[in-house]
Design a protein around this ligand. Structure first.
Ligand code: ZN
Length: 260
């Protein structure tokens, strides 16, 4: 079986403090040989940077630094200057700006501020020729509009994609890959499963979003990147193709965005 790439996993979260090394060993044995770890807020950047690893024979860890819209209240304008400095000093280590985006499902969040941080970080990605890891809820058209304005040269990944087919096509045309994870393991997620089944394989990457987004059959448990093969199996079934073909393509797709 070709190796797998978990394109979105919060391995730096405290949920993994007890067994992070063991988790990575088990990932390796399960064929999950690459993981992208996106940061969510500035105070976590040092611990995310520490997770970066490119030692042959162990799980390759790609790190992304950014300010997540969900944690807007913790972000300060000076964090953007710090991000710029880190991007300059760790250009070999940081593979993307993320996770960034807009979350309009939050009712008590200042959308203007969200937009400010998103736009500024998109500009930084463009300036440093880095891809972006996008978080988007109920704001795909706003995000697409901004991407068209800034035109980041390296595209990116829309994590946990849940938009329409039309929006998916627009992202693809702009050089983005779409992340599919635990959602497709639930039969009730008809729309997302339908998209995962029908979009071109060249536009799809796999993700767990661990420790969040538990898969069907594992509700109430901490999610873990060791279970990425479960998502692979579901996607193979939805697309009526071999797990081997999907594994190979999705890993190549993730590398095409995240590898330096
Ligand atoms: Zn995330």
């Amino acid at each position: 079986m070709p190796e797998l790439f978990d394109s979105h996993c919060h391995l730096d979260f405290p949920e993994f403090d007890q067994d992070r090394d063991k988790t990575l060993e088990q990932c390796w044995l399960a064929g999950v040989h690459s993981i992208c770890i996106p940061a969510t807020e500035a105070r976590h950047w040092p611990r995310v940077l520490k997770q970066a690893c490119s030692i042959p024979g162990s799980v390759q860890r790609y790190v992304a630094l950014g300010l997540h819209p969900y944690f807007l209240k913790n972000h300060k304008p000076h964090h953007l200057d710090e991000l710029k400095t880190l991007l300059e000093h760790h250009s070999k280590t940081i593979c993307a700006v993320g996770e960034i985006g807009l979350d309009y499902s939050l009712t008590d969040s200042n959308r203007e501020q969200q937009h400010y941080y998103f736009a500024q970080q998109l500009e930084l990605a463009s300036q440093f020729k880095l891809p972006v890891i996008l978080h988007c809820r109920k704001a795909h058209d706003e995000i697409l509009k901004k991407i068209r304005q800034v035109k980041p040269t390296r595209g990116g990944i829309v994590h946990a994609f849940s938009g329409s087919e039309q929006q998916a096509q627009q992202y693809i045309e702009l050089g983005f890959k779409l992340g599919f994870g635990g959602t497709i393991t639930y039969e009730r997620a008809r729309k997302t499963r339908q998209l995962a089944a029908s979009l071109p394989l060249s536009s799809i990457v796999l993700e767990t979003d661990a420790p969040d987004m538990p898969m069907s059959g594992y509700q109430g448990q901490r999610n873990t990147p060791i279970r990425l093969p479960v998502i692979l199996e579901h996607l193979a079934e939805l697309r009526s193709s071999s797990a081997k073909e999907i594994a190979q393509a999705t890993t190549e797709n993730a590398l095409s965005i995240l590898a330096k």
